[in-house]
Design a protein around this ligand. Structure first.
Ligand SMILES: *[C@@H]1O[C@H](CO)[C@@H](O)[C@H](O)[C@H]1NC(C)=O
Ligand SMILES: *[C@@H]1O[C@H](CO)[C@@H](O)[C@H](O)[C@H]1NC(C)=O
Length: 332
């Protein structure tokens, strides 16, 4: 036993010597000193057209007001733009059944301060509301169902109407959003409408991963950030024009079909994945999915959008003082 084990030990020693020698002689057989790093999945996908778009990029300006919750673009010089509320195209997406319960509230409150530049996109005629309140009510003729197709159909009409309007900024809102117009104006005036600007609150803490249909061989994975539609988001005219091949005249619907995702994700897909423009993350937009009670009351007026309600908590509202009780102002 003892002898045999020594013999084996010797044999092992010789073998390992021989092997080390071999390894030294053949450097290519030596283990690589570099740790194995797999390439990270590419977040971007090249647009199917030639790259003339990308060369038109304007240097992003620095955000002069370093307000809480906004990512400042890191390079370039500051460009101030005197901006008027008239320069903003505000699209509000709604549906026929919420004309009374939701729209009336908006029309009585913030919409009344921006009646001419607010366009309400719905799915049914309501001449009475239009005449009585003098609002721009647009019947998209899209289905009233809360489906991906119907939502994308409305977004497609919103986009086309914005392009037609010649205004500098496109801001999409939902019918449960309260927009603080002075904050919106202040936020947008720290950019220039000819820059590529996509502003909003990311709905996830990571980029979404989607599969896009490619002509030749089936599906391709793509990753991008998107601003949640329920909190509202804004796009500069410069960027909106570049989106045209995938967004105008019904192309938005076919783009959405390609990745089979809702309207707000499709906007993110066009901007981040196809045009390679980054979403500027801002926490000043709020959807009903957040717990808005947690918002410190003194910061409420600095926010750009607020929302109310939610799946679990019908009373998800901000805490504010003042004259009206929660019973009188249930959606505050
Ligand atoms: C590429 O861009 C040029 C200049 O805008 C345009 O004339 C040409 O048709 C484009 N080519 C393709 C394949 O889109
Ligand atoms: C919806 O249909 C009506 C009647 O056909 C038409 O006048 C209107 O322009 C359509 N709306 C849109 C946004 O296409």
């Amino acid at each position: 036993m003892h002898i045999a084990s020594v013999g084996i030990n010797k044999l092992c020693f010789c073998l390992s010597l021989a092997l080390s020698g071999l390894l030294l002689l053949l450097p290519c057989l030596r283990p690589s000193p570099r740790p194995l790093v797999l390439p990270l999945p590419k977040a971007q996908f090249r647009p199917p057209t030639n790259s003339t778009h990308r060369n038109l990029n304007v240097t992003p300006a620095e955000v002069p007001l370093k307000r809480k919750g906004i990512d400042a673009p890191s390079t370039g010089h500051v460009k101030h733009e005197p901006l008027n509320i008239e320069d903003i195209f505000i699209a509000v997406k709604t549906t026929r059944k919420y004309h009374r319960s939701r729209l009336e509230l908006l029309i009585q409150t913030w919409v009344s301060q921006a009646k001419r530049q607010t366009y309400i996109f719905t799915d049914g005629e309501d001449k009475d509301l239009q005449l009585r309140t003098g609002t721009n009510l647009i019947n998209t003729n899209c289905s009233a169902a809360h489906t991906r197709q119907a939502l994308c159909c409305k977004m497609s009409v919103e986009y086309d109407k914005f392009i037609e309007s010649q205004k500098k900024w496109f801001c999409h809102m939902d019918d449960d959003n309260y927009v603080l117009l002075p904050s919106l104006l202040q936020l947008l005036s720290s950019y220039h409408h000819s820059q590529d600007v996509y502003l909003g609150r990311p709905s996830l803490d990571h980029p979404i991963e989607a599969s896009e249909k490619v002509k030749s061989n089936g599906l391709m994975s793509v990753q991008f950030w998107f601003a949640t539609g329920g909190a509202g988001f804004c796009i500069s005219r410069g960027l909106a024009l570049k989106m045209s091949p995938w967004a105008s005249l019904g192309n938005f619907i076919s783009t959405a079909e390609k990745i089979r995702l809702p309207d707000d994700c499709t906007i993110g897909y066009i901007i981040e994945a196809l045009l390679e423009v980054k979403l500027t993350h801002t926490l000043l937009f709020h959807s009903h999915l957040e717990n808005l009670r947690k918002l410190p009351p003194e910061t409420v007026v600095d926010q750009v959008t607020l929302s109310y309600g939610g799946f679990k908590n019908r009373r998800n509202v901000v805490s504010v003082g003042g004259r009206f009780s929660l019973a009188e102002d249930p959606t505050r």
